[in-house]
Design a protein around this ligand. Structure first.
Ligand code: NAP
Length: 284
């Protein structure tokens, strides 16, 4: 069986995804002739045919695929093998298909986040970190942060039990870093001054509506703080607007998107990704 040169993205919806532009321009820039990256929408209604789609990659001779919302967790059972980080995070965002046609699940989101910080010369080892949200991106970023080191991590979530479950899970993997979970409310947010890095991993901010602030507008950031929003559309969420106007460093999720994609690119092609090309393709 000849392993093909096709990769793509599985999710619903995927028509808005920047990944096809990012990867196709990178294949061209690296002289990877014949390689192509395609959107692969797997609708949620009337039936989810995720299993057929994933196993179909093998039949169709794909080299790999990205997996996005809402299938990063549900795709796990269809993998023949799962990397240590994807298993710990409980989600797969990159599938690689080897010459024996085995499907291997990876997760590049957490490392992509860390690589973006590194490129910006932000070192987390001495930082007290506040994370808002406890969903898929929060799980990946918490793992990345704890693997690379931070002084402490507090996770706040609307559904408190999910934050507690995530902290309990991370504690079983990283026992030495102080971890705390609580409900996302004004009382906890008042502890803001003690944090160096604040990360929004909720989906609040994806629209421009006023209620899209995962925050309390009466609380002000300070100049030394870094506010990172994993959302990249819009480029400036209400949270980032507030952070910037308070004088904090405001960073959106485009860099994370590029770096997680760069890691996927290397997994499939065995080559270093052309970061400048990827950034240009997504309007970084
Ligand atoms: P997810 O697993 O669905 O988690 C969503 C999170 O948002 C949960 O913690 C949820 O809290 C919280 N939330 C949703 N609505 C809320 C509300 N009205 N008030 C307070 N909290 C609310 O999603 P995800 O995969 O983590 O993705 C989150 C965001 O990250 C998305 O915008 C996605 O596009 C972005 N993302 C970016 C990158 C990148 O490369 N930059 C990568 C992955 C994801 P509950 O638990 O209480 O429901």
């Amino acid at each position: 069986m000849i392993i093909d040169k096709v990769a793509g993205i599985i999710g619903w919806p995927v028509s808005h995804s920047l990944s096809p532009a990012m990867h196709n321009s990178s294949f061209l820039a690296c002289g990877l002739e014949g390689w192509v990256y395609v959107p692969m929408p797997v609708p949620k209604y009337p039936y989810i045919r995720l299993k057929e789609a994933v196993l179909g990659l093998r039949a169709l001779g794909f080299r790999g695929a990205n997996v996005t919302v809402p299938y990063k967790e549900t795709v796990l059972p269809y993998m023949d093998d799962v990397s240590e980080s994807a298993r710990a995070i409980g989600a797969v965002n990159t599938i690689a298909i080897d010459t024996a046609l085995r499907l291997c699940g990876h997760n590049t989101d957490g490392q992509g986040f860390i690589n973006d910080l590194r490129e910006r010369k932000i070192i987390t080892s001495s930082m007290n970190v506040l994370m808002l949200g406890a969903g898929g991106s929060a799980r990946a970023i918490a793992y990345g942060l704890l693997e690379h080191g931070c002084r402490s991590l507090m996770i706040l979530n609307r559904t408190k039990s999910k934050a507690e479950e995530l902290v309990q899970h991370m504690r079983s993997l990283f026992s030495t870093t102080p971890l705390e979970a609580a409900a996302l409310n004004i009382n906890k947010l008042r502890e803001l001054p003690r944090f160096d890095l604040i990360i929004n991993c909720t989906s609040l901010g994806m629209s421009d509506s006023a209620e899209a602030l995962p925050w309390d507008a009466s609380l002000a950031f300070s100049k030394g703080q870094i506010v990172y929003d994993v959302i990249y559309k819009p480029a400036m969420t209400p949270l980032l607007h507030q952070a910037a106007s308070d004088g904090a460093v405001a960073i959106n999720g485009l860099g994370m998107l590029v770096h997680q994609g760069a890691l996927s690119f290397s997994i499939w092609t065995g080559k270093d990704a052309p970061l400048a090309v990827m950034k240009k393709a997504v309007g970084f």
